[in-house]
Design a protein around this ligand. Structure first.
Ligand code: HEC
Ligand code: HEC
Length: 171
């Protein structure tokens, strides 16, 4: 048939494209499955990989750290072992998440879960306190010239009797 011959080339091309597309899909499905989180204790267990990554990036940037601040590396595989609880910082981060959720629920009525089931840390979140600094136990506020919003060194009220006293022990 004349009609069919004319369509033969586009149909063939279309079939090849579809075949290639389905092959990539088949290849991708098990890979996504591999990446599924296996050790979630405070975040929703069914969180998508994409949403988890978003939360992790928020935590990291709030503290001004990289992933390996909380996550241990497997020395044998030479790869990050995100499921491992070896680092105390990871456990601390869980406590922090629960604390922030509690504060929001109790004092700001904004601790509701959002569509992905992660507590909306709307009013008080990691950045509210950390402001890009991980080790808050070392921080004395106000600290002159220490990041945005801080008074410049030597400004009135920074240090001296009016400033916040240094923590005991001087860690
Ligand atoms: C401030 C600490 C902290 C930082 C920084 C951090 N994470 Fe996490 N991450 C956690 C905690 C805590 C959990 C476990 C959450 C839970 O128990 O629900 C987790 C869980 C994960 C998981 C799931 C592992 C599993 O199988 O259970 C992945 C993947 C992950 N993080 C990736 C990352 C990546 C990628 C980065 C860097 C962009 C990052 N994390 C930065 C604290 C952190
Ligand atoms: C209400 C203020 C506040 C909020 C909100 C908060 N933190 Fe913290 N965080 C602190 C203080 C204060 C410390 C220091 C505690 C200490 O060691 O005495 C700390 C310490 C930490 C540490 C340990 C750092 C170290 O020195 O090893 C981690 C990790 C951490 N926070 C992660 C988080 C994450 C992740 C969030 C958000 C889910 C968060 N924090 C929200 C106040 C806060």
């Amino acid at each position: 048939m004349y009609f069919n011959k004319k369509l033969l080339v586009p149909i063939c091309l279309f079939s090849v494209v579809m075949l290639l597309a389905s092959m990539t899909l088949i290849q991708q499905t098990p890979k996504e499955e591999d990446e599924k989180a296996v050790n979630l204790k405070v975040l929703p267990k069914n969180i998508s990989h994409k949403d988890l990554e978003k939360v992790m990036k928020q935590w990291a940037s709030s503290l001004g750290v990289k992933c390996n601040f909380c996550h241990a590396r497997n020395d044998e595989t030479k790869k990050m072992d995100f499921a491992s609880d070896a680092k105390p910082e990871k456990k601390m981060a869980r406590e922090m998440y629960l604390m922030a959720t509690k504060i929001n629920k109790k004092y700001f009525k904004s601790g509701d879960k959002d569509s992905i089931g992660v507590a909306k840390l709307g009013s008080v979140n990691c950045y509210t306190c950390h402001n890009g600094v991980a080790h808050l136990e070392d921080a004395t506020w106000p600290k002159p010239g220490n990041g945005p919003g801080m008074p410049p060194p030597g400004a009135p009220g920074t240090g001296g009797p009016a400033g916040q006293p240094k923590p005991q022990g001087g860690r």
